[in-house]
Design a protein around this ligand. Sequence first.
Ligand code: F6R
Length: 273
Amino acid sequence: MNIIIVSDYEEVSKKAAEFVTDHMKSNPEIVLGLATGSTPEGLYRLIVEEYRAGGLDFSEVKTFNLDEYVGLGPEHRQSYRNYMGRHLFDHVNIDPDNINVPEGLASDPAAHSRRYEREIESCGGIDLQVLGIGRDGHIGFNEPGSSLRSRTRVVVLAAETIEDNARFFASMDEVPRFAISMGLGTISEARHCLMLASGEHKAEAVRECIEGAVTSMVPASVLQMHPQTTVLIDEAAASRLTRKDYYRAVQKGREKIVKLTGKEDVFNADQDG
Ligand code: F6R
């Protein structure tokens, strides 16, 4: 894992936007895996700004979102499809045919999940997957206990997640209990992963993800097995890491060796360490 610690949420968003736009510029036909939630809002805002400034083209970009609530259609303001429209898709020149979000209203969610997997495969797999992390260590909606090899499927949301989501709904009864989510196996096959986290309330999940054991009890810990994962977090989210100084030293070292060798891609080999 390449761990980058920055000062605050704005810096996380800025660095994440640079990361994503660099990937988009070097591969105009990139297949992006996208996340929703509060964390990537700043990233999407900056991507839209860059697009408006003329620096980005989405015409050949394909996207696959991580998850969607079962029972919510695109018109529902709390659906993830709706979120993506408001934060990104409605503001850029992406071809609607290239947008993929699991369908919350699919009549057969299990069959739809299997189709979603095939669709990812037929696009050649995900080049760059953006991830947030839940307080319980989930990525996508893979709650603790999810198989590390799980695929896109219907999942039951954990009480903690339902509680965290309640603020977006008028009453507890309206908060969805199920979702369709890419699996940990699906996410693990993305060529690059970029996990973002900000705030003290994520510090414990971040520590377990980076420094704990690889276990289905902390689904994000599966990223320790991934060859090309960048974890971009602010000081508050990094506050419980025990090896913070080492991660900072690695970051400085990486910058130095790039300068020394003159090769920007010195760490872009298949193995990121
Ligand atoms: C959303 C998703 C979730 C969120 C996580 C953190 O598509 O997959 O795993 O990334 O729940 O949410 P926020 O960013 O709202 O704290």
